[in-house]
Write a protein that binds this ligand. Structure first.
Ligand code: URP
Ligand code: ZN
Ligand code: ZN
Length: 460
């Protein structure tokens, strides 16, 4: 039996803050109370620390084959980097090729994720539609615990679905009680603008944003939410980057629709000047949707504070600048899209959200831990500090300071899009399934210790 006692910390939940001890046995929270005196193998004195649920990153792409490359973090390195930053579970996207069986793709992901060091679940991307897909969607939800789907409204000629396919996906998900998320950009317009820019010889990384401006995302977000209205099914918009998309989501919510939205630290903290960096460094920021011009981030922060956006995930999908992003040196359309962030999300949102008074401490826990767990059917096993919850716990020093750098991060990536960003607050200890896996600056993870989380249908 393994026993851990965390004493004297200030517990922060999505609703409350209070001082209490936590006793953990065999990976599960057994007691919460004052002056607990259980015998334990280890006692952590959390005085001066916040204690909150391990953060859930509901949007990762580990070891994803994409645009001719494979994202560099696998389930071992990616989940380990997450732990170093306070993230103790991830939901990764299974992305079948067009015409591929969902179950075959799922089995590939099961193989890849055997080496995960923290717990994980999957969303299933639906990249085509037919009778087989319909049957396999049911199998995902009813047998496999994969209770959410994603459709791509962009990436024409690759994994994009059209409106007819999207409607079918929404209808099938409704019959299963599952949640559908979408990558909202109008793929047809992106293709048109890309061709136009290319014909004008505009092929440097900075034209990536010009090929998918914010109205392209706003239009697709509005369309997605209105299709969801027609079908009458809850939906979740991933990686929201701009004012137009926030407005579409807010409008839909004001109509009483169950529409939820996620944004990511890069959209909250960067602006499109990053694409002007010399020596092809702008390629590190090539992701879709792109980093927006100044001003959009204010709309995102406002929407998080007001509850119009509910979560911050990462869209963690790293590619090295050398050897991978470089493939698009002469043509931004060939730069593999994506960047790393799993290690930095909690620290960045604490620093620039909580300490700069954009959100409060309870909202911070809600947005990063509790809401994603609820929306994706893992609560209260994850995202909560409750008796019976998995003992995934972050013990956070609110006063320590740091600077993000690719030289020191655990992510497998030769660049950091947050290079030089100052942070305030960091985990001192991270407990994952009852074991201290990040201990005062040192990772102590076990390859393969992560377990698959069979998820329930969402709690709205
Ligand atoms: O650029 C991105 N976001 N890459 C990952 C795939 C996706 O669209 O989420
Ligand atoms: Zn996407
Ligand atoms: Zn993504």
């Amino acid at each position: 039996m393994s026993r851990l006692l965390v004493k004297n910390g200030e517990i922060i939940t999505a609703l409350d803050r209070y001082f209490s001890d936590i006793y953990i046995e065999d990976g599960v929270i057994k007691a919460i109370g004052n002056a607990l005196d259980y015998k334990a193998d280890r006692v952590i004195d959390a005085r001066g620390h916040y204690v909150f649920p391990g953060a859930v990153d509901a949007h990762t792409h580990l070891e994803l084959p994409f645009m001719g490359e494979v994202s560099t973090d696998d389930f071992e390195s990616g989940t380990a980097a997450g732990i170093a930053g306070g993230t103790t579970s991830v939901i990764d996207f299974v992305v079948p090729a067009k015409q591929q069986s969902l179950i075959e793709a799922l089995n590939n992901w099961k193989e890849k994720s055997k080496k995960a060091v923290s717990d994980y679940g999957y969303h299933m991307a639906i990249t085509w539609y037919g009778d087989q897909v319909k049957k396999e969607m049911a199998q995902c939800v009813r047998e496999e615990g994969v209770t959410s789907f994603k459709a791509f409204m962009a990436y024409k000629g690759a994994i994009m679905v059209d409106d007819g396919e999207l409607m079918s996906i929404l209808k099938t998900a409704k019959s299963l009680g599952a949640l559908v998320s979408a990558h909202c950009e109008n793929g047809e317009v992106v293709a048109l603008l890309q061709d136009r820019l290319a014909s004008e010889g505009k092929l440097e990384p900075k034209y990536h944003e010009k090929s998918r401006p914010s109205y392209v995302e706003g239009e697709a977000t509005n369309r997605f939410t209105m299709l969801a209205k027609a079908v009458d099914v809850p939906v979740y918009v991933v990686h929201v980057t701009c004012r137009e998309a926030v407005e579409a989501i807010s409008r839909a919510r004001a109509m009483g629709l169950s529409v939820y939205g996620e944004t990511c630290p890069q959209y909250l903290l960067l602006d499109d000047s990053v694409y002007e960096k010399p020596d092809f460094l702008g390629a590190a920021y090539v992701m879709s949707p792109p980093i927006r011009p100044r001003g959009h981030a204010d709309a995102l922060w406002g929407a998080l504070k007001a509850g119009q956006l509910q979560t911050v995930a990462t869209d963690h999908c790293p590619f090295h600048l050398k050897g991978q992003k470089e493939l698009g040196r002469g043509d931004f359309r060939k730069i593999p899209n994506g960047a790393a962030g799993i290690e930095n999300r909690v620290g960045l949102i604490y620093t620039y959200g909580v300490t700069e008074n954009r959100i409060n401490l309870n909202q911070f826990v809600d947005i990063l831990c509790t809401r994603p767990a609820k929306l994706f059917g893992m609560y209260p096993r994850k995202g909560a500090i409750m008796v019976g919850s998995d003992a995934d716990i972050v013990i956070w020093d609110p006063n320590t300071e740091g600077v993000i750098s690719a030289k020191t991060h655990h992510q497998r990536n030769d660049t950091s899009i947050f290079e030089g960003f100052k942070t305030k607050g960091a985990p001192t200890w991270v407990v994952v399934n009852g074991r201290v896996q990040y201990d005062q600056g040192k990772l102590d993870v076990q390859r393969g210790a992560g377990r698959f989380i069979k998820r329930n249908t969402p709690e709205m």
